[in-house]
Design a protein around this ligand. Structure first.
Ligand code: TA6
Length: 320
């Protein structure tokens, strides 16, 4: 079933037979917990994360919209984007539940849809002068979590077209980020944010962080075998080299597979490493070792949505 918990601030989705569950905060529509088949937590949540609505949640799956990073990161950003906070406003607004909470259906899945509109929020309309309606549906099955974001630019909008970027900022829990591998982004081109935006091509089939900071935007163009370019958006797996782990850590399972619709063609891989990680105020000590962010999105350039048009994108996380 789907129920409201934590003083009506959180929707809890539960499949009791398989012990799978998920929790979605109305604040930011941030998924803060996903336990797959058997009850194993698959998302990282910092024990210092603000859960009182005072700032974006450090962990889970914050939604980045309508700009990724700081507006000043984008030379080509449209003027209206420059007024927005880092990573936009979706992660720091209170969303509402758009459907009645339903019992588990016959197919053994349970879901909730949250929504956020500028038309009912004068504070948002003041910084984002578009008639925008966002919907976010989170669906739980015994072994998967599906997140679908719908961006509707309403026909009543005063301005057209609406520029935006969107990204699902997954904090995937790992037993030890220094021993995790991410595959397969080989053939993708990236911008290295830690190296002043230097460009590179991914040559290895498995990215291993090995304790080094990583903050890369892999753009959704992949060199195909004929040496031409094709659109990216491949499935990605985050796995752990179990042989390198101590016994208690092996219990976390083998990893998570991420598949996405073609709209989420870019991929951001982020882990701050020890030094920068310890400097993040809402990250507990050593927290940087407990997650890898693998974030599918549309962040290279801006989508442009005419009024009356809708854009929809989704990811599916599968626990192995
Ligand atoms: O997605 C990667 C990133 O943009 C990094 O550059 C890093 O700053 C991270 O997100 C976290 O940003 P935040 O604003 O949540 O501290």
């Amino acid at each position: 079933p789907a129920t409201l918990i934590n003083n009506n601030s959180t929707v809890r989705l539960e499949l009791p037979k398989s012990k799978a569950s998920a929790e979605v905060r109305l604040y930011g529509a941030t998924v803060t917990s996903w336990k797959s088949n058997g009850g194993q937590e698959k998302l990282f949540l910092s024990s210092k994360a603000a859960l009182d609505g005072s700032s974006a949640i450090r962990g889970g799956i914050p939604i980045v919209f309508p700009v990724f990073g700081s507006p000043s990161d984008h030379k080509d950003a449209p003027l209206e984007v420059s007024r927005l906070p880092k990573h936009g406003f979706a992660r720091t607004e209170n969303w509402s539940i758009s459907n009645r909470l339903s019992p588990v259906d016959e197919e053994g899945q349970v879901s909730v849809t949250l929504e956020l509109s500028t038309t009912t929020r004068p504070n948002l309309k003041a910084v984002w002068d578009y008639d925008l309606h966002l919907e976010y549906t989170v669906t739980l099955t015994p072994s998967t979590l599906k997140c679908r974001l719908t961006v509707a630019h309403l026909a009543t909008s005063p301005n057209s077209p609406m520029p935006f970027q969107a990204l699902l900022h997954n904090y995937l829990a790992v037993p030890d980020s220094t021993k995790a591998g991410i595959s397969d982004l080989s053939g993708s081109f990236y911008l290295d944010k830690n190296a002043g935006g230097e460009e590179g091509e991914e040559l290895s089939q498995e990215i291993k962080l090995q304790g080094e900071p990583c903050d890369r935007v892999y753009v959704g163009k992949v060199k195909d075998s004929a040496d031409g370019l094709s659109d990216g958006g491949r499935d990605i797996t985050l796995k752990y080299n179990a042989s390198l782990l101590d016994d208690p850590l092996r219990r976390m399972g083998k990893g998570v597979e991420l598949s996405r619709s073609k709209e989420l063609r870019d991929t951001v891989i982020w882990n701050p490493g020890q030094e920068a990680g310890d400097a993040i105020a809402d990250l507990h000590e050593g927290g940087w070792k407990e997650y890898v962010c693998v974030e599918p999105g549309s962040v290279a350039g801006f989508e442009k949505l005419e009024s009356g048009q809708t854009w929809q994108a989704e990811q599916t996380l599968t626990a192995w």
